[in-house]
Design a protein around this ligand. Structure first.
Ligand code: UDP
Ligand code: MG
Length: 323
């Protein structure tokens, strides 16, 4: 039977955590009773440098409840890193892994469905919300913009799926082989491949505590997402350079005309002409340098170039066929 590891990132979640642990433990126990998962399944809480009593709660609960365990960060490393750390720590002890937020805004009942879908052979089961009603108009608007932009940039993502998902051990292994810093899980998980499916659920309002994603963190998150997957922002400089050069040609003609019709002070024409031409060339030069930096950037990330799902070559076959 599969050992299930539920990985939960928690940052200043002392208000939400006690109930979250009770609810998740209830589901884990139920799944164990129904013999859908192994009794060695665990809930792994990652304390992301909380300033409140989050870690104390984790430690104390772990003492009395063997299902609950945790990892403690030295400081706040952020939501995505907390998820990666939780998966890394749980990797050797589990067969299937579910990540879920500590505030239980995501419907925990979807865990049953995820486990069932996994049993049917899906390595990745995305949890996607069927509506965004509980979000503020602002969050909905910015989220739509973000997903729209990512789509245009050609980044494949599951619409309205956040970081609530199930992954098999091999999917986790390959996910962890993406070594870039600021790993943007939502964009990277679809790139791991393997059979995947989506379960839909309704997302609730946060009951306890407040959102740990203020506007600044949201912007950083979105910017990381865009710049980790695309060099499109840099291409803007190229476009701007070309436009500027086009304008400069117009300016040159205009300045020469002014010169010929004698309506200008001495020196103005040569200044204007050189200013615009140099500006245009400089921008194009910048864009070309940017293009190379973009290429280096893609290399430095050293993402895996391919992922093998099945492999028919085996040592044994080769041993038998040796001539
Ligand atoms: N979180 C974290 N580190 C951070 C910010 C958030 O581990 O620096 C966790 C947080 O405790 C929660 C999850 O990430 O479990 C999602 O955060 P939140 O619910 O505040 O985001 P929202 O639902 O408002 O987008
Ligand atoms: Mg939340």
């Amino acid at each position: 039977m599969n050992k299930l590891m539920i990985v939960v990132p928690a940052y200043n979640e002392e208000e939400a955590l006690p109930k979250t642990l009770t609810v998740l433990d209830g589901i884990l126990t139920d799944l164990i009773d129904k013999q859908k998962i192994d009794s060695k399944s665990r809930i792994v809480i990652v304390n992301d440098g909380s300033a409140d009593k989050t870690w104390e709660i984790i430690e104390n609960t772990a003492k009395s409840n063997p299902h609950i365990t945790g990892v403690n960060f030295s400081r706040n490393f952020g939501h995505q890193n907390a998820l990666v750390a939780g998966l890394t720590a749980a990797r050797d002890y589990g067969d299937i892994f579910i990540t879920i937020d500590a505030d239980l805004q995501d419907d925990v009942n979807a865990i049953y469905e995820m486990v069932d879908e996994n049993a049917k052979g899906f390595d990745v089961v995305y949890g996607a919300r069927n509506s965004r009603e509980t979000d503020s108009a602002f969050k909905r608007g910015t989220a739509d913009m973000f997903y729209g932009l990512m789509g245009k940039l050609g980044v494949e993502m599951v619409p309205n799926a956040a970081d609530y998902r199930l992954m098999s051990q091999r999917a986790v292994d390959h996910l962890l082989s993406f070594k870039e810093h600021n790993l943007f899980l939502r964009g990277v998980v679809p790139r791991v491949g393997f059979p995947s499916t989506v379960v839909y659920y309704a997302r609730k309002e946060r009951e306890e505590g407040t959102s740990k994603y203020p506007l600044t963190k949201m912007i950083t998150f979105a910017w990381d997402g865009i710049t980790s997957f695309s060099v499109a922002p840099m291409r803007f400089i190229l476009v701007a350079g070309i436009l500027s050069l086009l304008v400069s040609v117009g300016m040159v003609i205009y300045a020469l005309y002014q010169q010929i019709s004698g309506q200008t002070v001495e020196g103005w024409t040569s200044l204007m002409v050189s200013l615009w031409l140099i500006g245009g060339f400089q921008m194009i030069g910048l864009a070309i340098i940017g293009e190379y930096i973009g290429k280096i950037f893609n290399e430095v990330k050293s993402r895996p170039r391919f992922i093998i799902q099945d492999n028919l070559l085996s040592d044994q076959d080769f041993d038998d066929k040796q001539v």
